[in-house]
Write a protein that binds this ligand. Structure first.
Ligand code: SF4
Length: 303
């Protein structure tokens, strides 16, 4: 495992994302071994096979301890998202235990966390996440608005293992992830799904969406964040190149449609995104899945 030196591991965000509530982000690794074709961190920095370029951050544990000591002293509590630019449980974590050590530091300083992962390896750390949920200190403005201090979000683009093998070739299968979601729910952790990115005419069909919402609900998800596909770049390692190559190989009848959809922009046209929003909002209501980490009362008040 390669390591590299950083001056800081805890990043303060400029603005909290309304879904992920990220006051801080923390990426234990650079790159990600799961190698999803649609990954937005792709580009020349990591190459076509990102698994070859994963590096752990040296001294991350001591650095985080120092940074959280200062933040706690100033009472700058906030939700730490692991992670925004890697998966905290990609394969090196099995032997490195860096994410686990960082969670121990987070628990020591009583900061709340939001974990986002595609891996069942997160189940190993449920003991720490339960303790963080019990003892952490929320920032003042969230104290009456969220009811938990640890959030466990599983990332899915599909629940179909064969489709996932095409677009997420290095990640644990959706079936394995669903078991981890079920386990998180049974342990009493506040858990849900980041459903992104949905692939036009492949995973965004009415039938596929209905099946996924039903499956997540039955597995114990309490919230869901659905989003569409963004692709960009023309280099060999860019996500647009890799996704279109997979479309050519596995869904050649859709290639002209994808070219038209992404003709002018890296995101899908407004009419598509608007129809998608309406469809997923209706499904969220129908399956009783929240679209937020805020408590239901707060969501209603905000409306
Ligand atoms: S798991 Fe996330 S960070 Fe890792 S390759 Fe897939 S999309 Fe990128």
């Amino acid at each position: 495992m390669q390591h590299f030196t950083v001056k800081s591991v805890l990043n303060k965000t400029k603005q909290r994302d309304p879904w992920f509530l990220d006051d801080y982000t923390l990426n234990p690794y650079s790159g990600c071994s799961f190698n999803c074709l649609y990954c937005y961190i792709r580009g020349s920095k990591y190459g076509i096979n990102m698994a070859e370029k994963v590096q752990a951050k040296s001294h991350a544990i001591a650095l985080l301890d120092k940074q959280l000591t200062l933040r706690a002293r100033k009472k700058q509590y906030g939700i730490i998202v692991l992670s925004s630019a890697t998966d905290p449980y990609s394969y090196p974590e099995e032997t490195q235990l860096l994410t686990r050590s960082l969670l121990e530091v987070i628990l020591k300083h009583r900061f709340p966390v939001h974990m986002i992962s595609k891996s069942n390896l997160i189940c190993r750390d449920f003991d720490l996440l339960q303790r963080i949920d019990e003892v952490s200190i929320l920032p003042d403005d969230l104290r009456d608005r969220v009811s938990h201090r640890a959030f466990v979000t599983f990332s899915f683009a599909t629940t179909d293992d064969a489709l996932a093998h095409i677009f997420e070739p290095g990640a644990p299968t959706p079936s394995v992830r669903l078991e981890a979601l079920r386990s998180a729910s049974e342990k009493g952790l506040h858990t849900g799904v980041s459903l992104m990115p949905l692939l036009p005419y492949i995973t965004d069909t009415a039938e596929h969406l209905e099946h996924m919402f039903d499956t997540f609900k039955q597995a114990g998800a309490q919230y869901i964040f659905p989003a569409t596909l963004h692709v960009q770049g023309t280099q060999a390692s860019d996500n647009k190149t890799l996704v279109l190559r997979a479309i050519d190989k596995h869904f050649p009848h859709l290639r002209a449609t994808y070219d038209r959809l992404f003709q002018h922009n890296h995101q899908l046209p407004f009419y598509y995104r608007d129809a998608f929003r309406q469809k997923t909002e209706a499904l969220s209501r129908s399956y009783g899945l929240q679209n937020t980490l805020f408590t239901v009362e707060q969501q209603d008040a905000a409306c």
